[in-house]
Structures are given as C-alpha cells and as structure tokens.
Ligand binder design. Sequence first.
Ligand code: MN
Length: 320
Amino acid sequence: MPAVTVDNILTLPRIETPALTAVDRPVRTVTTAPTGYEGEGFPVHRAFAGIDMGALDPFIHMDQMGEINYAPGEPKGTPWHPHRGFETVTYMIDGIMEHQDSNGGGGTIGGGDTQWMTAGGGILHIETPPEHLVMSGGLFHGVQLWVNLPRSDKMAAPRYQDITGNKVALLSSQDGGALVRVIAGEVAAHQGPGSTYTPIALSHTTIAPGASLTLPWNPEYNALVYVLAGQGTVGVERRPIRSGQTVVFGKGDTLTVAAADTQDSRSQSLEVFVMGGKPLREPVAMAGPFVMNTRAEVIEAFEDFQAGRLGSIPAAHESL
Ligand code: MN
C-alpha cells in the first residue's frame, strides 16, 4: 500500500497530547461493508451500507474500490454518467485512474493523489484506468466518498481540484507509531489541501502493529473510521475492528484507534480512512447519481439530464 510515506516519521510535526479533560468519543456502531460492483464491473465495498443517514451526515455514500490485483486486460472503469447536488472525493492508494468531465476538468490520479469534483448544479464524468494499465493489469485500490452539499450550494458551478499526494499534510503521533495524512480540512490543528463547501476533515492514517493513536477531532463534526486494511481496536473500550468495517463514533473531543500486535499478510499495518464533517441537518432525497433535498428536485435532475442540461460529452470522447 504505497500512498504517501516518509523515510523517518520522527521528522514530522507531532500531534499534541490531548488535554486530560478531553472526552474520547464512544463507539456507537461497527458495521461490515457488503461487496458490490460499480461502473463496468469493478469490485467495491459499500462502506456506509446499513448505517443511519443521520449518523453519516454530511456524507452520503462511500465505496472502497478494490483492493484487487487485476489480470492483464481486466481493469474496468465507469461509462460517462451525470451527477448533481454533491461532491465526489476520489483517493487512490494503488493503481491509476483517469478522469474527464464535461466541465473541462480531468487528469490522472495515482498512489496518494486525490481528485475532488464538485458536481454542483450538474456535470458528466467518466473514470477509467489508463490504456497501459488495462494492458498490464496490476494492483488497484482507492476510495470514493460522496460529500453532500448544503441546499444553498447544490446548484453551484461545477469545480475540479487535483490534490497531488505531495500536497497532503503529514503528521506523526506522539510516539511515531502512526502516520496521519491530512487530505482535507483541519486535523489536530494542521490544515490539509482540499477545499470544500461543507466543512469536513479527511485523513488516511497508518498505524504500526501494537501502536495506538488518540486523534483530536473537531467536536462539532461527526466521526467515522473505515478500515482499509489490517485489524485492531477502536475506543477506550477496545472494540475489535478489521478490514472492510466502518465505525461510527459518538460525541467527544478525540477518537482512539489502535493496531493489533499482529497484522495480516496483505498489510503490515492498520490502514484507516478517518472522516468527519459538520452535519447539514437538511432533508436528503437521492436517486442514482443525484442527491437533492426533495423528490421533485431529483425528478427535475433526471429531466435536466435527459434534456442535456447537465453538460455534454466532449467531442473527442463521443465514441466512448
Ligand atoms: Mn461518478
């Protein structure tokens, strides 16, 4: 699992030890993500399946893409498709994804890079592995998270942000046992690069076997942990977690994640995606690729898409 790593973690800024009065967030639920298929048939884990929408708010949906080791000719992507009313955050850990959208945005994202697409009022996009990767096959692993937009920003102009891995803020836990990569928002008083309409914080954190991390977390945000690989525990109650599980924490100032002494052969460390944001507390009406506040707005989105008002496929790609 390459993502972004450092030679000597002890050279990084350290996360401050929480105050003695800080409340560590209790564990509310631990759920196991079912598997499914996305786009042309790439395997995903549906990280949020079975979790109450109110506990996810401001997040809507998350897929762990892979981890899969493709044979030559096997890598798959998505066809052109529309979105409205939210933002997609795609974080690649292994492998490469190419992205193109009807707004002129696009690029190639690989190990440790993030692509941030604000669908806003409407966009069409396509996500595919590059031709050379289709030919060669290889490891493919990433995350796609859907962040809801507040009612006031649902029809905002579409926007595309490329966050290359080297822009991510890197932090170390006090004892050097955990590497925290801040992808967006502020974590432990350190700012990540992603710019968002809805205030959120995102981190990919690697915890060495036997190490424990107590991470300060904005008390106004919800707190979720998804296990990308490995095994360990969460909370002071040391509830067991393993690859493919999602943790919802209750209220508090910090969250605690610890790696088991022994990890599996696939990953030498516990790898977690830590996320939270300020809940919007607005009604959610969603269907397919549209996330709106009312059913009438979802129907309008389908009508606008069919009428071509969400954008058009760039000429060079019409054959796709
Ligand atoms: Mn999409």
